[in-house]
Design a protein around this ligand. Sequence first.
Ligand SMILES: [Zn+2]
Length: 610
Amino acid sequence: MNLPLTLHQLNHATPDEALTLLDGLYEHSPWIMQAALHQRPFTSLAQLKHALTEVVSQASRAQQIGLIRAHPELAGKAMRSQRLTAESSQEQNQAGLTHCSAQELAQLQQLNADYHTKFGWPFILAVRGPRGSGLSRAEIIATLARRLQGHPDFEWAECLRQIHRIAELRLNDKFGLTPTLGNDVWDWQKALSQHSEAPDQLTVTYLTEAHRACAQHIQQVMQACGFDNVQMDAVGNVVGRYETSSYSHSMDKGYSSNSSKTLLTGSHYDTVRNGGPYDGRLGIFVPMACVRELHRTGRRLPFAIEVVAFAEEEGQRFNATFLGSGALVGDFNPDWLNQRDADGVTMRTAMQQAGLCGRQATEAVLANIASLKRDPTQYLGFVEVHIEQGPVLNTLNLPLGVVSSINASARYTGVVTGQASHAGTTPMNQRADAACAVAEFMLACERRAAQDGNSVATVGQLQVPNGSINVVPGCCQFSLDLRAPSNAQRDALQADLLAALTSICTRRRVAYQITESMRASAAPSNAALQQRWEAAVAALGLPLHRLPSGAGHDAMKLHQVMPQAMLFVRGQNAGISHNPLESSTSDDMQLAVQAFCQLLEELAGAVLAD
Ligand SMILES: [Zn+2]
């Protein structure tokens, strides 16, 4: 067996030797490696991987389709007549495709044929999957069936992304690299997702049995990682602390425990109904992997690390979102205790059943929750790792992105009133069609938000109450959700859209009412903390990409009292989230762990220099 390749070897080889070293990475397409090798020396595998994706992104359509067509069909003729490249043969074998039942083979052949007819190229999937250990045949067939429904432009791009994933795994093999930290984080999340309140899907809402099982599970993993103290707090957050170096070295290093601060991090472990396994949880396990590394090597930092697994963020069971992180900033509404879930159980009872408060009087329960409020002067700030939940990093072939701001938002409910009239007898120029007015407004929203580049406007609900097939809509109800990276940008968007609504309704001779139902300020990242994330990403050899967060996160709550900054990790499947298709690779998780460890090093350096 060949010794694993090293970057030193690759960087110092002649161009021809280097090309031979990377042989077989991209199926029958040495031009990709050839072009990327011009960028030697590489400081990391992540940098090399990204350089390869860039070559393909910049190639012509003809070169791209050539690359796609260079790939064999899964379980196709080439496999059955053993004409695959060594790499393909091994991958298809590992995925068990060589052992298909007759029925599976027939199914695959039909799907492959349909796919080829629709798109004109073979279906491509990295069959070793997001963990690198192989998808099951059922998963492969389900993915093929799903992607057959896609748009050709999307499939084209997705095939190229899958090809990059195949190359990533082949490159790992050549370099003898296993993303062990990323694999652990991946496996922890997989294990945690076994706890669910609904069969065959992931649903974990506040203080249900599955939720309590998750809390138990997280506590056990934290303990195994070597945290000094692991506790469940009064709202169900799991809090792990890894103490500072002053613990053991305060004398010789010259700082004491009362002067040293704490870095706060974490994310939520509750989920939406039928959600994905990484939303929130990734931000709990990534820092845990870093603490485990510190503990393994007996290292302490000049600050403590507090990892909080927040009990509630999604607002699914009760009408209270960010309950977990809210408690840390003193934002717990006492009325919430009397709120009832769909089964009529109050939050107070749910807390009692979960063993959070025993038979204490309400005042005592509230006092305990109030005591969770953190003193910001004791903290360096809050950092959060989160799966992106959007397509941006996936599209750019970037594993990590640094969040510049959590978007400001505003929500409205509106109603347009026109005149319901006979669909057959009312001439087009004598109508007051409420739905057409809203439709025109929706297009105005789409145009205006797109102008900003990074604003979004969505009409997610649209109804014609009591509408009929033969009646011109007299009433149309709609919702509007606006988000932008700054309050000023959101306000400008809002002003323009409300003006557009007025002018559309005036011209169309219909009336409207619009009511604001929610408004949240932007949470721009703290410049210094954001820069630490940027330095951490750069240290991995990855290009820097900053992006705003369109979704709300626990960091938004902590933003009220302390500096915060977030790191996003690429999601597979075009970044889909709040969906069981949510996915991320263990290679990307490995990079997230490395970036987090790097951030800790940077902070340690800064604290010591202070
Ligand atoms: Zn989340």
